[in-house]
Design a protein around this ligand. Structure first.
Ligand code: NAD
Length: 556
């Protein structure tokens, strides 16, 4: 990086400053928060600063704080008497103002050199990595009920990685230029899309919100960001960091809103040019349908990117290493209360290994602590996000209690007096096609199907055809030929496929994330390809010799 003084001197010398992307961008190290460490002390201070506090979060439209009469509260899932944020919903008129303000800022922003835009994201990443880390972690823990490690891998590591790697990829993309053949030179200009992009984020990852709004902005777009109602505290912190890092006002409008009102308003605008969505399948389908209904209004065909749910599997072969299966499955199924799109919710175990796997699963299950992640760092996971999620998960557990083919092996108690707590639940099914093996539950519920060892090939077919989703999956086997076979048979069953590793925990730039089938458009955030969704390249040909005749020589 150039020194600031040199940077200021360059324009005076008639030179333009060019940020060179760091040659190496590496993944942000995940801090360990051991007793006595500085990061632990900083986090504990940030958590105690938030105790009993309610932060007021306005809409930010046209660069100004705006309050509407529709005031709401975000509560802490593990202590719902604590209102962590007071915010308001943008109404239709305010959303239309946001669209206008964004469009007015578009041209200038799009013309800014990509190096300048990238610099803002590098700076935001540095702020998150250093002085703002504890604040964003604490807000993610208290607002979204994450444990220390789950907040750290999300709101610190993943978000920092998104900002840094996207910035690096964007600058490198600019270097991808077409062939020039004399007497012409050719170039490719990576323009933002013409219009505004709507970014709609889910509750479960602070990093995803920052990326859904940030990646299109980095590529020269203007964005309306509708954060999730249950992740407002951390989303607003990320938004403010971007502004402090130098993102000009109006590039991202921060507009909490009722989902359907937001969806109806943005898709009705003639300037709608992109949707960057992560959330459930029904919401994405609804938005896609609205876009097709409004297609005749638009100035440009909108880009639709949607990352949705999963019904992720762990397949265990008889040659598998049992501790890896047990520990990997407990982490994948129950970390963050199973509220990861990649969480394992169906386990296929061979009969020969099942007694051992079951014994170890049940033994470890007893040691899992569910509670307040801020008060007790020994908590493995905390409450589920809200009353709706609590009710939905409870229904699935009731289904298991009342079905003759399902038996609950452990856990499943639900208690919502203080927070929305659900015990980790392990269920065995005799029917591999029961709805509990097909539909996303999004809670701490794992269902196991025990199969006759010899029939493992049929089970691979079964895994592939049981659910409509295709997000993540894992194969546990030491036999190489089985791994090769499973990789082939499950080629379309998972966009992120793991061998002898759990189905969760993808890392930016290492395992770019996303699935096909109804799991989404599989645009792979965390990869250079993702950025192509947010640019509309223009090819420019310039010819340097005059054209002296309209006729071709052979005509004479
Ligand atoms: P959700 O669909 O309920 O909500 C997602 C967002 O859409 C929220 O901001 C919500 O307010 C908004 N919304 C709701 N209705 C809308 C409408 N009609 N128009 C516009 N916006 C609308 O999902 P959620 O409960 O927040 O998130 C959980 C889901 O997200 C799960 O299915 C999970 O698997 C999925 N998810 C997927 C990934 C991935 O990368 N594939 C990552 C995280 C979460």
């Amino acid at each position: 990086m150039l020194l600031p003084a040199l940077r200021r001197a360059l324009p005076r010398a008639g030179l333009r400053w060019q940020h060179r992307a760091p040659v190496e961008v590496v993944n942000e190290p995940v801090l360990q928060f051991m007793a006595g460490s500085p990061e632990r002390a900083a986090l504990q201070k940030a958590l105690s600063d938030l105790k009993g506090k309610t932060e007021a979060i306005p809409c930010i439209v046209g660069g100004k704080e705006v309050w509407t009469a529709d005031v709401r509260y975000q509560v802490s899932p593990y202590n719902h008497s604590h209102r962590v944020a007071k915010y308001c919903y943008a109404d239709k008129a305010l959303l239309n103002n946001a669209i206008e303000a964004a469009l007015a800022a578009r041209r200038e922003w799009d013309l800014r050199p990509v190096q300048d835009r990238a610099e803002i994201f590098f700076k935001a990443a540095d702020m998150l990595s250093g002085p703002r880390r504890a604040e964003v972690l604490a807000k993610t823990m208290i607002g979204q009920a994450k444990t220390v490690i789950q907040a750290e891998i999300d709101a610190a590591a993943e978000l920092i990685d998104f900002f840094r790697f996207n910035a690096k990829y964007a600058v490198e993309l600019e270097g991808q230029q077409p062939l020039s053949v004399p007497p012409s030179t050719n170039s490719m200009v990576y323009r933002g899309l013409e219009g505004f992009v709507a970014a709609v984020s889910p509750f479960n990852f602070t990093a995803i919100g920052g990326n859904l709004a940030g990646a299109p902005a980095l590529m020269g777009n203007v964005v309306l960001w509708k954060p999730s109602d249950t992740a407002l505290l951390s989303s607003y912190a990320v938004y403010k960091i971007l502004l402090e890092a130098g993102l000009p006002p109006n590039i991202i409008q921060f507009v909490p809103a009722d989902g359907p009102i937001f969806g109806d308003t943005v898709t009705a605008s003639e300037y709608f040019c992109g949707l960057n969505f992560t959330g459930s399948v029904p919401t994405f389908k609804r938005l896609w349908k609205q876009v097709s209904e409004n297609l005749d209004r638009y100035h440009t065909f909108p880009r639709l990117a949607g990352e949705c749910g999963g019904k992720n599997f762990h397949f265990v072969h008889s040659s598998a290493d049992v501790p890896s299966v047990v520990n990997g499955t407990l982490r994948s199924a129950f970390e963050y209360g199973g509220q990861k799109c990649s969480a394992c919710s169906r386990l296929y175990a061979p009969d020969v290994l099942w007694p051992r796997i079951k014994g170890e699963l049940l033994e470890q299950h007893q040691k899992i602590k569910v509670g307040d992640p801020a008060e007790d760092f020994g908590t493995f996971f905390s409450a589920v996000i809200d009353d709706k999620a609590f009710g939905r998960i409870k229904k699935w557990i009731k289904h298991a209690e009342t079905s003759p083919i399902l038996s609950i092996l452990a856990g499943g108690r639900c208690e919502d007096k203080v927070g929305y707590f659900v015990e980790p639940c392990i269920i065995e099914t005799k029917d591999p096609k029961d709805p509990i093996m097909q539909e996303e539950i999004f809670g701490p519920v794992l269902t196991v199907y025990v199969y006759p060892e010899k029939q493992y090939k049929d089970v691979l077919q079964l895994i592939d055809s049981t659910s409509l989703y295709g997000l993540t999956g894992a194969v546990f086997a030491q036999d190489k030929s089985v791994i090769a076979e499973a990789t082939k048979l499950l080629r379309n069953a998972a966009g992120n496929f793991y061998i002898n590793d759990k189905s969760t925990g993808s890392v930016v730039a290492q395992q770019p994330f996303g699935g096909a089938r109804i799991s989404g458009t599989n645009d792979k955030p965390g990869s250079p390809q993702y950025l192509l969704r947010w640019t509309s390249p223009q090819a420019i040909k310039e010819t340097h010799t005059p054209l002296g005749d309209w006729r071709y020589p052979y005509m004479q």
